[in-house]
Structure formats: structure tokens, C-alpha cells
Design a binder for this molecule. Structure first.
Ligand SMILES: Nc1nc2c(ncn2[C@@H]2O[C@H](COP(=O)(O)OP(=O)(O)O)[C@@H](O)[C@H]2O)c(=O)[nH]1
Ligand SMILES: [Mg+2]
Ligand SMILES: [Zn+2]
Length: 340
């Protein structure tokens, strides 16, 4: 772009804009009581509306200092009490301000409208991949979620729900899925929320960590959350809004406490999260059984399809690598390349 000379008037305007911005920032800083900082965790975030929870579990409504960047549910933040310019603590609503986001362990993002990246949840310990007999389990989708978990990084847990619907055909599906993913080193839990089975095991697997539940609509995520939440948390969870279709949806991100220090982050954004692959490396890393064989091929640019000396194909032939997982890996890479 050609450089354009600014008119005197334009210069003056920019100067005065900059000065007023600096003045605003100084006022912002002066209005914060440095002695009154506390660490808290974001439990809900909707637009400029933010709630945090302190260590003693009291909930505080906060404003967000400008230019902090995106804040996500699950973030640990520094909160300060805002003061009036004359030094008096502000009374009434929103007297607290989030002034900093602490370094994150990880951040789950999704692509929104026009490819914009939106934060979904921060500091996640575990991705809980929920499948069911109805709708039928989709191993390719499970693998997609596993890639996301491996790359975050976070632990992964697979729940197969609705085992009350088991018949001879679906029993084989459940047995095969369980053997496959347990064989790779993931924990798999069969459950029926309808018949109250598997709930203790799920509650135990969700203790002492922050989990998010992902999976297709209808597999039973909400039912699971409801079944394991203590009563008082369910009440909070009922802060919902009726949509046009007569369904109730929670409109704000939310963080819930389970027994034994378990935490679930559950929000519409989390629920409809579908993983995105950013690179071939990320895909390879995301298949933890496949990745052990990467680098072992004769050709460094091996596509693992026709080349001689392919370590992955050899591993499949020797039964060291599951063929279905390997095929899903190749399909994922191919789909990524086609999109590029
Ligand atoms: N048969 C059966 N149905 C279930 C079970 N768990 C949930 N459901 C039903 O599956 C449907 C979808 O459940 P929901 O929790 O809303 O799924 P979500 O979309 O993943 O949150 C509801 O009609 C539930 O009653 C189960 O263990 N067995
Ligand atoms: Mg639901
Ligand atoms: Zn190869």
C-alpha cells in the first residue's frame, strides 16, 4: 500500500486519541487495589458477563479488564476489587475486575463462523468421550476426539452408554470397541444411566480432575451429568432458558463440582465441540499406537500406502498395530490433505 501523508488535522486527531487512551489506562490502573488480589476460577462466561469461584467456593460476578484476550470457562484468573477514582471501593454490582489470566495448562478451541477460533474451555484434565448403542458408536469419531485429547494434552476416557439396549449384534460391537481401546491403553466404561449401572465407576474416573464430556447428540451426556452431580449442583444447572423448540438449554458456560474433587465443565459450546486437525503431525501424534511406528519407515516421506519398508504396514501385518486404527489414521490424513 502506498504511504499517504497525514493531514495536520488527522495527526492532531490521532494524537488526541492516543492521549485519551493512555489516560484511560492510567485511570484503570489507579482504580485497582493492588493489595486486594485473589485467584479464582472462571465458572461461567457469557459475553462480558463473567462469574468466578474463589478457593472457598464463593461465587463472584466480575468485569473483565480490557485487552486481556479471550477468557474461557476453567481459566484461573487474578481478580481485584475495583475502586472509585477517589479511592473508595465501589459498592453494588460488578465491583470485581479480572485483571489477569494465569498461564494455562491447555485450551480447547473450536472454529466458529468464518473460521474464527473460539475458546471453549481451559485447564482440562480429561476428555470424556461418550458413545452409546443408540446412536451407534462411530470409531472414526472416537479417534477424532482421541486426537484432540492427545494433543491438548489431556487424559481420555471412553464411556459406552445405554448397554441396557444390548442384543447379540450390539454385544459384539461393545466387546470389540472395549478390547480395541483398552488394548491401546484407554479406559473404557460400559454404563446404563437408565438401569443405574456404571455410575460408580464413572464418578470415580471423574474424581480429582477437570473433565469435559463430548460426543454425538443423544448419546446421554446430559443424563450422565445429571446422574452424578450432587443435588445442589443440579439446581445451579437448572438455570436454563427455553428455546423456540420448547427445549431447555443452558445459555452460559458452566463448571460443576462432583464428589471427590471432580469437576465437569459443561456448556453448549463444549457439547457441540467437533475436533479440528491442524497438521499431519498433530494427527500422527493423536494416534498414540500409530505414532510409535512413525519415523521407522524406509522413506522419510513415506505415505504408508505403497512404499516398501513401511514400518506401520509391517506393524499391522505382524499384529502389533490394529488395522482399523491404522485405516482410520490413513483416512484422517487423506481427508486433511484434501482439505488443504
Ligand atoms: N435406553 C437408554 N436411554 C438412555 C440412557 N441414557 C440416556 N438415555 C436417553 O437418551 C436420550 C438422550 O439423552 P441425553 O442425555 O439428552 O443425551 P445428550 O444429547 O448426549 O445430552 C434421552 O431420551 C435419554 O433418556 C440409557 O442408559 N439407556
Ligand atoms: Mg445434552
Ligand atoms: Zn510408512
Amino acid at each position: 500500500m502506498a504511504k499517504r501523508k497525514l493531514s495536520k488535522q488527522q495527526k492532531r486527531r490521532i494524537d488526541s486519541l492516543q492521549k485519551s487512551r493512555i489516560k484511560n489506562e492510567q485511570q484503570d490502573n489507579a482504580a485497582l487495589d493492588e493489595s486486594n488480589t485473589l485467584t479464582a476460577r472462571v465458572i461461567s462466561h457469557h459475553g462480558r458477563q463473567l462469574f468466578v469461584e474463589t478457593e472457598d467456593l464463593s461465587k463472584i460476578k466480575c468485569k473483565i479488564r480490557q485487552n486481556l484476550g479471550d477468557i474461557a470457562c476453567g481459566d484461573y484468573v487474578l481478580v481485584q476489587q475495583a475502586l472509585d477514582t477517589d479511592g473508595q471501593k465501589k459498592s453494588g454490582e460488578s465491583q470485581y475486575v479480572v485483571v489477569a489470566i494465569k498461564p494455562r495448562k491447555n485450551l480447547l478451541v473450536k472454529t466458529g463462523f468464518a473460521g474464527a477460533v473460539k475458546p471453549v474451555a481451559a485447564n482440562i484434565g480429561q476428555l470424556v468421550i461418550v458413545t452409546a448403542l443408540k446412536p451407534k458408536p462411530n470409531p472414526y469419531l472416537i479417534d477424532r476426539y482421541l486426537i484432540a485429547a492427545e494433543n491438548l494434552p489431556a487424559d481420555a476416557l471412553i464411556i459406552i452408554n445405554k448397554v441396557d439396549l444390548l442384543d447379540d449384534e450390539t454385544k459384539k460391537i461393545v466387546d470389540d470397541l472395549t478390547a480395541l481401546y483398552q488394548g491401546i491403553g484407554y479406559r473404557v466404561i460400559s454404563a446404563s444411566i437408565k438401569q443405574n449401572t456404571g455410575l460408580d465407576e464413572i464418578a470415580e474416573a471423574l474424581s480429582n480432575t477437570t473433565s469435559i464430556l463430548v460426543g454425538l447428540s443423544g448419546v446421554g451426556k446430559s443424563s450422565i451429568v445429571k446422574a452424578i452431580l450432587p443435588k445442589e449442583e443440579i439446581k445451579i444447572g437448572e438455570t436454563s432458558e427455553a428455546t423456540g423448540e420448547g427445549k431447555h438449554t443452558t445459555t452460559v458456560s458452566a463448571l460443576y463440582h462432583l464428589k471427590d474433587n471432580g469437576i465437569i465443565i459443561d456448556s453448549p459450546g463444549v457439547r457441540d465441540f467437533t475436533p479440528i486437525n491442524n497438521s499431519i503431525d498433530e494427527i500422527t501424534y493423536g494416534f498414540k499406537d500409530v505414532r510409535q511406528f512413525s519415523g521407522g519407515c524406509k522413506f522419510s516421506n513415506c505415505s504408508h500406502t505403497n512404499e516398501p519398508g513401511c514400518a506401520m504396514k509391517q506393524a499391522v501385518a505382524e499384529g502389533k498395530l490394529n488395522e482399523q486404527r491404522f485405516n482410520n489414521y490413513l483416512r484422517m490424513v487423506q481427508e486433511f490433505n484434501e482439505k488443504e
